[in-house]
Ligand binder design. Sequence first.
Ligand code: XMP
Length: 326
Amino acid sequence: MNENVRPETMKRIETREQAEAFINEQVEAIRKQVGDGKVLLALSGGVDSSVVAALLIKAIGDQLTCIHVNHGLMRKGESQQVIDVFKEQLGANLIFIDATDRFLDKLAGVSDPETKRKIIGKEFIDVFAEEANKLSDIKFLGQGTIYPDILESDGVKSHHNVGGLPEDLDFELVEPVKLLFKDEVRQVGEALGLPLSMVYRQPFPGPGLGVRCTGAITRDRLEALREADAILREEFEKAGLAKTVWQYFVIVPDFKSTGITDGKRTFEWPAVIRAVNTKDAMSAAIERVDWDLLEKITDRITKEVSGINRVLYDLTPKPSATIEWE
Ligand code: XMP
């Protein structure tokens, strides 16, 4: 039997009871696989790695070490949430690396999207490997592989797996959710008691805000992007859109336009809002966001975010546009 193929007899996880039964099974399976060995896990704060971390903590507690790398391209508050949930609430061994300067220094002046992605991916692997090499006796690597990753492993994932893991580290993999679909991983996450904001987190690309701060990233524009994105997320959550819209975010492109604030002329960046719905990310339709909400967000962003004097809404489906701007 190929262990990477979901057996036809495997039921979909739809209820709390089914999620709990899965958790119990996996806790047993992890204990059996790992014994008294040590496991390392790269914890991004995304749904998949968070669920794997919570499962591993339940199964083997202290034998797990998590590494969270802040590449400086996280959304507002994200690294802090990882620390709060995993270190403070779940008591995990969590190594937190703030590698912001290292990433942003490497990215300075680089405007080509693919080169940016490669730098971010390679730097992530280097930082992770450096930390892993400082630890002794690690035998296993936890991974948040899910079933669509296995089904799509014909190249799609390689593009989307920037921020993935070092291949040269010699570990045996522990992949407890590899036969689950995303909605099932979420069920399991809820049953494990993870915060809903983590369990229902929208997809976020490995290179993070790096692909939304187009062209050569500068720290001031990145900060404007992070703040504008936080306002968009807050307002979408308040309006009840967080669970229904598949992906919504802000882009701050690398050009400026004229504006006027308090009677003074400005020359600042625009913030672009993008909100899309899709099943598989291969094509996407535009969310018809309520006009009043867009005006409210525009008002807040232009008033509260330094460096932005204009807000645009991206009306383009995929195709012709991709979901991300780079
Ligand atoms: P595009 O922009 O290609 O994106 O229409 C499709 C989906 O994939 C996400 N995406 C990425 N995810 N690393 C990732 O982990 C990446 O480099 C990457 N690029 C795009 C994007 O957010 C969307 O959900």
